[in-house]
Structure formats: C-alpha cells, structure tokens
Write a protein that binds this ligand. Structure first.
Ligand SMILES: [Zn+2]
Length: 189
C-alpha cells in the first residue's frame, strides 16, 4: 500500500490539511536552517527504545524508524536533484520509488544512531547547497513525472516532507508505545 496514494502535493497557496504546513509562509532561503531544527527533533525521537522505533502500529503503516529513514533519504535525494537542476538545463528527475526503497534498503533494520548521523550529514549538505542558491537559480527547473519542478518548490517540498513525517513518527511512537504520548523523549535538544 502506498502512503502517497492520496498525496496532495505542496504548491503556492497550499496548507497541508494534516500537518498544517503553510507553503506561502516558507521562504526557500530559510529551508536549510529550518531543516536543522527538524533534524534535531528527529534526533530526540531516535533515542527511543529500538523496538518501539521499529514497531508497526498496524501493517500498512510505516514504523517511526522507517519514516526517519525516508526523511534521511529525502534530504539526500533533493540535494542530488537540486544539484542536477542547477548544473543542467531542465534535466529529467527519476522517481524516488518511495515504497520500494523501504524494503530494498531495509529501513527497519537500520541502527537509529546511524540514521541520526546520516540525517544530520544529509541536512548539512543540502543546507550548504541551498545557501549558495540566489536570484534566478531558485526558478531553474527539472522535470519530474512530466511536470516541471523548480528549485524553490523542491526546497519547500523537502521541508514539508520533514515536517509532515515528524508528525507521523510521533503518531507511530504514540500508537506503538505502552506508556502514552510523553514516554518517548519528546523534548527537543
Ligand atoms: Zn503535511
């Protein structure tokens, strides 16, 4: 089952009905720093008990660790895509195959501490890249699934992915944990 069957893609004027993310309130130049705050939130969750992190609340729903791995890989994917768009003329961008890579890359067998480090590294690389983007480069485009996507859109979309899936991580931990919603080290550090 795809998590994205009913995916409503971010776009100007859009507010996510689930996580409240506001597209228009997000400056693409601020995305790198905002991602840093979210990655710290993931790090706090990744300190939870590994069995809890790997638990599936119900069979089609990803575990907290699978969501974290997905976000880690989104950060790397969009770093790669944005570099490609900045260096080529309207390149084609291959699909992520979100649901296939969960199995292929054995997300649920990953070590949470390693995921935290990789997520931080990927975020730092993407933030450095976005820090170099200016002027018309924000409007450069690549072609994904037949549609043009700009650097601005890719930056904001990546931030939404991280924002939205943090909510999914908390839901997975809350639903899998025996001790209620505040038992998993929710404080940011
Ligand atoms: Zn959302």
């Amino acid at each position: 089952m795809s998590l994205y069957l009913d995916w409503d893609p971010p776009r100007p004027g859009w507010v996510c009905a689930e996580c409240g993310f506001d597209y228009d309130a997000t400056a693409p130049a601020a995305v790198g720093e905002l991602l840093g705050g979210l990655v710290r939130e993931y790090h706090a969750r990744l300190l939870a008990d590994v069995e809890l992190l790997r638990a599936h609340p119900d069979p089609p729903t990803w575990s907290a660790l699978e969501y974290a791995c997905h976000v880690r890989d989104c950060l790397a994917l969009y770093d790669w895509r944005i570099r490609k768009v900045l260096s080529e003329r309207s390149p084609r961008l291959p699909q992520m195959r979100r649901d296939a890579v969960v199995v292929e890359r054995a997300y649920n067998a990953a070590e949470p501490a390693a995921v935290a480090v990789e997520m931080a590294d990927n975020r730092a690389r993407l933030a450095a890249l976005l820090g170099e983007v200016s002027g018309a480069d924000w409007h450069r485009v690549g072609v994904r699934e037949g549609e043009e996507v700009s650097v601005t859109w890719m930056a904001i979309n990546t931030l939404h992915e991280a924002h939205h899936h943090l909510m999914d991580v908390d839901r997975a931990l809350d639903r899998s944990g025996p001790s209620g919603p505040h038992a998993h080290g929710r404080t940011a550090s």
